[in-house]
Design a protein around this ligand. Structure first.
Ligand code: HEC
Length: 197
């Protein structure tokens, strides 16, 4: 039904489908650009679903993130070279952002279960205070981490992590020493202040 009283062109107005308080709503054709956008979105969603959920041809965001982190860790490892774990070499590594970044990754994934992510300690001792069971000198800390204290529940890490990651995580632990995070485990062992090293 055309409505001759409307000022709009009669081609776009098929019929009034709704009228409330003198306001008339027409059943206009949706613009093509709008429809194509809708159809395009539907087609995209179907392809996306097939690609990522059904056929699993592409990496999900989580997998892509993990792959990127692995690549970054590999790059960091490449930028480092393994030398002997002398006190000087360990002190230098503790200042190398590549080493401490790699060490932090190792710490969070491997050590945090027993020493807490911030080093405050739970099963294992607090690594952020000034008290040490096995010595606070860099080479002592390295030896504890590399060879472990197997009969006390601290695994030997060098065989599992390799020399590079063991040195990197030592470098990271050296940076934790003396940070005294709050809520950390009560001191264990002898007091060995940093200044005494
Ligand atoms: C399964 C639990 C566990 C894991 C995982 C673990 N540790 Fe330990 N760690 C311990 C325990 C328990 C001790 C205390 C050993 C003792 O009583 O002699 C310890 C001691 C240490 C010490 C010596 C602390 C001191 O007071 O002398 C350092 C350093 C250390 N761990 C670093 C690490 C690092 C780095 C990692 C990861 C590569 C790690 N630990 C992973 C349980 C763990």
């Amino acid at each position: 039904m055309k409505s001759p009283s409307t000022p709009e062109s009669s081609e776009s107005v098929d019929r009034v489908i709704h009228e409330v308080d003198g306001i008339q709503e027409y059943d206009n054709k949706l613009p093509n650009w709008w429809l194509y956008t809708l159809y395009g979105a539907i087609a995209f969603a179907a392809c996306y679903w097939y690609w990522f959920e059904t056929a699993r041809l592409g990496a999900s965001p989580v997998e892509a993130y993990q792959a990127e982190m692995d690549r970054a860790a590999a790059d960091q490892a490449m930028a480092l070279t393994v030398g002997d774990a002398t006190p000087e070499a360990l002190a230098a590594l503790a200042k190398d952002p590549n080493a401490t970044a790699l060490g932090k990754q190792v710490f969070v994934s491997t050590c945090a279960a027993c020493h807490r992510a911030d080093g405050g300690g739970s099963v294992g001792p607090n690594l952020t205070d000034e008290f040490w069971l096995h010595g606070s000198a860099p080479e002592r800390i390295y030896r504890t981490i590399a060879s472990g204290v197997p009969d006390k529940g601290m695994p030997a890490w060098q065989p599992q992590l390799g020399a590079l990651k063991t040195q990197a995580v030592t470098a990271y632990v050296l940076g934790l020493v003396g940070t005294n995070v709050s809520g950390g485990k009560a001191p264990q062992g002898e007091r060995e202040p940093i200044s005494a090293r």
